[in-house]
Design a protein around this ligand. Structure first.
Ligand code: SAM
Length: 213
């Protein structure tokens, strides 16, 4: 990434309405923030934002919040949202590490967590950084409504195996699971992410699990 692009992203991120600058201020008050009682779905590691944008356009009665740790990546998503030309009042983004999510949400505030093509952290010693590690699942449980769910998609088979073990260890119920989403009964309504489109085009199987607490 060129340094000029990085500087420009840091300079411009504040100019986009979709960015929530002080998300801690809304802890326990997200429904007030959105001005409605609609469900709140979050995507952790939203990347360039295609998935969230399509969901937000198709589902105006759901509020979406994207987490992304890298400013440069987030600005790419914001540029995309601006290009599509409609003001999406039900889509907000936060530049944050998922590790800090308990600073942002109170218990029972979130209805769904999407994890799409999360970084695999393949080295054994880094397993606690994987977003499906039980420590993260506990954080999701803390902020989620009892009827909420986590939906995880990945091309990475070892990460998927690890994630199923963590889901079981966390005492979650597996409601849907497939090792080949695009040739399964669960494809209906699926919204592709950037990574998913790339891997699917290469013929890679896409794993998906939906689990609840
Ligand atoms: N979800 C998108 C997709 O499917 O196309 C992007 C996938 S990309 C492999 C993973 C994204 O998650 C990257 O943009 C990365 O910066 C972000 N990410 C990784 N770990 C994160 C964390 N702990 N908190 C917030 N974002 C994170």
């Amino acid at each position: 990434m060129r340094l000029r692009n990085v500087k420009s992203a840091f300079d411009t991120i504040h100019t986009y309405d979709a960015v929530v600058e002080n998300p801690q201020d809304y802890k326990g008050r997200w429904r007030e923030f959105f001005g409605n009682d609609n469900p709140i779905y979050i995507e952790i590691g939203m990347g360039k934002g295609r998935f969230l944008m399509e969901h937000a356009m198709n589902n105006p009665d759901i509020n979406y919040i994207g987490f992304e740790k890298f400013t440069v990546v987030l600005v790419k998503a914001l540029e995309r949202y601006q290009r599509q030309g409609h003001e999406l009042t039900n889509l907000k983004v936060i530049r944050i590490f998922a590790e800090h999510m308990l600073d942002i949400f109170e218990e029972n505030e979130v209805d769904r967590v999407y994890l799409n093509f999360s970084d695999p952290w393949p080295k054994d010693r880094h397993y606690k950084r994987r977003l499906t590690y039980r420590g993260f699942l506990e954080k999701y449980r803390h902020v989620m409504k009892p009827e909420g769910c986590v939906i995880f998609k990945t091309d990475n088979d070892p990460l998927f195996d690890f994630s199923l073990e963590e889901i079981e260890a966390a005492g979650m119920n597996i409601d849907k699971v497939t090792r080949d989403l695009h040739n399964s009964d669960y494809l209906d309504g699926n919204v592709m992410t950037e990574y998913e489109a790339k891997f699917h085009k290469q013929g890679k199987n896409i794993n998906m699990v939906e689990a609840s607490f």
